[in-house]
Design a protein around this ligand. Structure first.
Ligand code: ADP
Length: 246
């Protein structure tokens, strides 16, 4: 699998506290990866480094076939390179329908001139239909997003990110607060999404991670503690010690 993103030897300190410590990570095109770790392990800071929100003190972050360094790019430029991020709380426009939300996301990919003179084409409407099908909201296209369940709002936001055609999607605790059925759908959605782009899922819920059935990276004290299948990492004594707080 060819490498899409390579983070090597990255460190970040906040007021002398080393939140990320010589962390290295690599993800391939169309790979699904779960990132787990106890509170304070550095998961959020790690995502912040990838998206350019936090600048590392040392190390490299290299993107794509052309090996572009992301370290000098703004957050907006990094997003434009094809890195989408979904935070835990869904942010959809509640007074707009599912279709309007998806169209808006599509419109926003067109640059400011495109946005100014935007009229949805038949191709755009078809794309919105396809996205709505992909996220399981096709039957809700004309519903106001404010009327959707918590889970449906999360899927809609994932759909809005997919509309921007990211090559890497970072998703923070997608299953939090969801019903068992919603969690199952979320698993299917993420597995499906990772067929054509890389997806990194930061998650606490081990049962959810098990269902993703993908390689797992365990962070602890800002470094990678273990990496491999969930069975592999959960049988690692260091991981057991960290999770049991020994
Ligand atoms: P996680 O997402 O795994 O819970 P974080 O990346 O949020 O971990 O935090 C890692 C460590 O860095 C924690 O100890 C946290 O308190 C610290 N930290 C994160 N951001 C800041 C900041 N802006 N200033 C000071 N300390 C921070």
């Amino acid at each position: 699998m060819s490498t899409l993103l390579e983070v090597s030897g990255v460190s970040v300190s906040f007021d002398g506290f080393r939140a990320i410590n010589n962390l290295s990570f690599r993800i391939g095109n169309a790979e699904l990866r779960a990132v787990i770790g106890p509170n304070g392990a550095g998961k959020t800071t790690f995502m912040d480094i990838i998206t350019g929100k936090t600048r590392p003190d040392e190390g490299r972050v290299i993107w794509g076939e052309k090996s572009v360094s992301l370290l000098r790019l703004s957050e907006a430029a990094i997003a434009q390179m094809g890195i989408g991020r979904k935070f835990q709380k869904p942010t959809v426009f509640e007074d707009q329908t599912v279709q309007e939300n998806l169209l808006m996301a599509l419109k926003n990919t067109r640059g400011w001139l495109g946005v100014l003179f935007y009229r949805p084409t038949a191709t755009d409407l078809q794309k919105v239909d396809d996205l709505a099908t992909e996220i399981g909201l096709w039957q809700e296209l004309t519903r106001k997003s404010g009327e959707l369940s918590h889970g449906q709002k999360q899927w809609l936001e994932i759909g809005m990110l997919l509309a921007q055609e990211p090559r890497l999607l970072l998703v923070d605790e997608p299953a939090a607060g969801m019903s068992p059925q919603e969690r199952e759908h979320t698993t299917d959605l993420l597995v499906q999404a990772a067929r054509t782009r890389a997806v990194v899922v930061v998650e606490h819920d081990m049962e959810f991670v098990r269902r993703l059935n993908c390689k797992v990276t365990v962070l602890h004290e800002g470094s990678v503690l273990a990496e491999g299948s969930l069975d592999h990492v959960t049988s690692n004594q260091d991981v057991i010690d960290v999770y049991l707080g020994r």
